[in-house]
Design a binder for this molecule. Structure first.
Ligand code: FAD
Length: 357
């Protein structure tokens, strides 16, 4: 997980070691050579490191199928604040003897130890049968359509949503053609593996269906290029929240109200993200980037719907004051106790994750 960038593979796949912070994309390429896939994939695959994604418990596009990073961890090696090394990755480690320290370090954002190696679960490659891009009347109809298709296609691997403004911006900035004949308030992208019957899915006539790899990639780009398209026109407020499936529509409607009330009528709101698990990236354009009151208002709204103030990017330093909106006092007290037991001098990532006492 830490080292000089070259993978050393002595022929034994399970013993592959990198000597420098490998990116998630490198792990994918290596796993594919052996006929496997890694369960976490994200648009930042070429820059996000394996260590960083463990430290933030990253989610990504395939969380509905394989779970987040924590679910991929068999074990890890970490250096603790006092210099002791823990290695929980031995194949022979008893799984029911004491605390799961690997799971604890996943999502700890570098506050409990430095992860130096990880033993990760790999999955058999499941060929992508089709990628579908469908126009929808908004996030709530998108969620209903997702639930219906999920019930019919057990191998559904990704379900992503984008507001029309996000997809339109990708077309405008990159010169791509619109993917469908008409325009819609929102778009749902689905990745299907395994057998399925297209006719049985009862899709609208105006649907893009890609069965060839190049066409599938092209449909994915409408979703994965939204972040860079937004960045090319604005310095947006980016808020990474999660919201339970059943209230996605209500959250989206209230979001516009909250933004109007907090920021006035001039802001554009673009929501996109991992609909299947309710992880949403809320982007607010045309606002003073240094005024974070709008970020806090959106996070508080997500928390009021029973969601989380941080879906998959972690708390970092900027959001420590929001932690209590999603986690109880007792939970935060337990986290503090763990932090002070493992790092009493507060040397590891001071100011990250936990609010000042
Ligand atoms: C276009 C784009 C799309 C993205 N999509 C997603 C997505 O779909 N899902 C998602 O979850 N994220 C997504 N991200 C966010 C980003 O990729 C994640 O936050 C990633 O998990 C962090 O990895 P990193 O290597 O950049 O870590 P860094 O940002 O370098 O570090 C993150 C935190 O982990 C700590 N850390 C890093 N390495 C270690 C280590 N070895 N041991 C202990 N602590 C460590 C750091 O100190 C820091 O606190 C996206 C980002 C971009 C730009």
């Amino acid at each position: 997980v830490l080292g000089d960038g070259r993978a050393r593979d002595a022929g034994d796949f399970s013993q592959l070691t990198w000597r420098q912070r490998p990116a998630v994309g490198q792990l994918h390429q290596h796993a594919a050579k052996a006929g496997f896939r890694y369960g976490v994939d994200l648009a930042s695959r070429d820059s996000a490191t394996v260590g960083g994604t463990i430290a933030t418990n990253a989610g990504g596009i395939h969380t509905i199928r394989y779970g987040p990073t924590r679910a991929q961890l068999i074990g890890l090696t970490a250096v603790l604040a006092d210099g002791q090394i823990i290695d929980t990755s031995s194949a022979a480690a008893p799984v029911s003897a004491g605390y799961d320290l690997a799971a604890l370090l996943a999502g700890s954002e570098g506050t409990l130890g430095v992860i130096t190696a990880a033993r990760l679960r790999l999955w058999p490659i499941e060929p992508v049968a089709a990628v579908l891009l469908l126009g929808v009347a908004g996030i709530e109809p998108a969620a209903e359509l997702y639930r219906r298709i999920r019930a019919e296609v057990p191998g559904l691997a990704a379900a992503e949503y984008a507001d029309a403004a996000g997809l339109e911006l990708v077309c405008r900035v990159s010169g791509r053609r619109r993917p469908l004949a008409a325009t819609y308030p929102g778009y749902l992208l689905l990745e299907l593996t395994g057998p399925f019957e297209l006719a049985a899915l009862d899709l609208p006539d105006d649907a893009a269906v890609a069965t060839e790899r190049a066409d599938q990639r092209a449909l994915w780009e409408y979703r994965e290029r939204i972040t860079e398209a937004i960045a090319s026109v604005s310095r947006p407020h980016k808020i990474d929240v999660s919201v339970p499936q059943g209230v996605l529509g209500a959250f989206r409607s209230e979001l516009d109200e909250v933004v109007r009330a907090t920021a006035g009528g001039t802001s554009e709101v673009i929501v996109f993200g991992h609909l299947g698990v309710g992880n949403l990236h809320v982007n607010i354009l045309d606002q003073n980037p240094d005024d974070v009151s709008i970020d806090a208002a959106v996070a508080r709204l997500a928390a009021s719907f029973g969601g989380s103030v941080a879906a998959e990017h972690g708390i970092g330093r900027a959001k420590t004051g929001w932690l209590g909106w999603s986690r109880s006092e007792a939970e935060i007290a337990a986290m503090r106790a763990i932090k002070s037991a493992l790092d009493p001098a507060g040397m590891l990532n001071p100011g990250v994750l936990l609010p000042a006492a």
